[in-house]
Design a protein around this ligand. Sequence first.
Ligand SMILES: CC(C)(COP(=O)(O)OP(=O)(O)OC[C@H]1O[C@@H](n2cnc3c(N)ncnc32)[C@H](O)[C@@H]1OP(=O)(O)O)[C@@H](O)C(=O)NCCC(=O)NCCS
Length: 349
Amino acid sequence: MVGEMRAVRFDPQRADAGAWARYHELRHIKHAEMRPDDPLEPDDVVEVRMKKASMFEARHHFEMSRDGVMVSTFGSENVTPANPEYATNKHLMWGDIYVRPEQRRKRVGASWLPTVIGLMKEHGCTVIGIGADRDPGHAFLKWLGAEPKLEEIESRLELADVDWSLMERWVEEGARRSPQTRLEIYDGPLPGEIWPDFAAQRTVLLNTIPFDNLDIGDIIVTPERIREHQERSAQLGIVDHEVLTREADGTISGMTDVSWAPYRRTHIEQQFTGVRPDARGRGLGKWIKAAMVLHVRELYPDAEWISTGNAGSNAPMLKINRAMGFKSYRTAVDYQVGIDRLEERLRTM
Ligand SMILES: CC(C)(COP(=O)(O)OP(=O)(O)OC[C@H]1O[C@@H](n2cnc3c(N)ncnc32)[C@H](O)[C@@H]1OP(=O)(O)O)[C@@H](O)C(=O)NCCC(=O)NCCS
C-alpha cells in the first residue's frame, strides 16, 4: 500500500542533484513505456525547460518517493492572470499523473486526489483535464468520474514514403489556383515586425479548431506570447519554421509550422496548420503543407518522420494528411472532471 509515501512539491529551482537524478530515472521509465519510438529529451534540456518560469502559465510539479526512489509524479498547469486567455480559461487546470509500473493498482494514483483538489482550490480552478492513450489511463480516469471530451489522433509521415512529385504538384496547383497569393517561408524566429499581424491571424485560426465537447475558453496569441515562445525555443535549441500564405491585400490567409531540435534530428514536429475560413476551398492547405514537407527535406536530409496531431473530427485536416501519407499512430482521449466530482470520489474512496 501507499504507506509512508507523501506528496511533496518538486521545485525545479531548488532541486539538488539527488532530486533531479530521482526525477530523471522515473522520467526515463515513463518515456520508454509511453513514447518508445520517440527520441528522449536529454536531462539537461529538461532541466532548463522546467526551470524557466512562464509569465502566462503556472506550472506545478509534485512527487511521491520512497527510500530515494520516485514512485509517482503529478504535474499540472493553469493560465496566469497575465495571460490574455485568463478571462475564459481561469477555471481550467490541465494535469498528468504517472505511477511506476510495478507500483500500480495499489491506489497510488488515487492518493493524488487531496493534492489535486487542494491545488485546484488554491488557483481557483473548478475543472481538470487529463489525457489518456492506454487502457490503465482510461480505466483510472473513468474510476475518477472524468468524462471523455475530445479524441485526438497523432499521425506520422515517414519521409521515405512521401510521393515527392505529388507534393510538387500541390505546390504548383496552389500557386496556379491563387495567382494573387504569395507563399512566405520563415526559418528560425519570426521577425518581430510581423508579430502583431501574425498573432492576430493565428488567434483567428486557432479558434477554428474543432474541440468537440472539451470545456475550453478562447485561445489568444499576442506578440508578448510569441516573444516568450522564442526565448524558450532559443534556450532549448529548438528551431521553428513557418510557411505562410499572404493575400494581395497583405492578409495572412494560411499558416503551418514545424519545429526541429538537435536531440530529435530524425523527428520533426508539425504543430498547427490553418487556413482562414474565407480562403478555404482554394487548395491553400495542400499548398502550405506540401511546401513545408519539401522545405524539410531540403533543410534536414537526416529527418525521418513528421508527426502531427488533430481532433478525430477534423475531417478536412485529416483528409490532407492522409493524402500526403500521414498514418494514424496513436489515439488519445482528453477527459475532464469537475472538482465536486473529485471531492465526492475522495469521500467515497
Ligand atoms: C493511470 C495510472 C496513473 C493509475 O495509477 P494506479 O496507482 O495504478 O491507480 P489506482 O491504483 O489508484 O487505481 C484507482 C482505480 O482506478 C481503476 N484502475 C486503475 N488502473 C486500472 C487498470 N489497469 N485496469 C482497470 N482499472 C484500473 C480501478 O478502478 C482502481 O481501483 P481498484 O484498484 O480498487 O479497482 C497508472 O496506470 C499510470 O501511471 N499509467 C500511465 C500514465 C497514464 O496513462 N496517465 C494518464 C492517466 S492519469
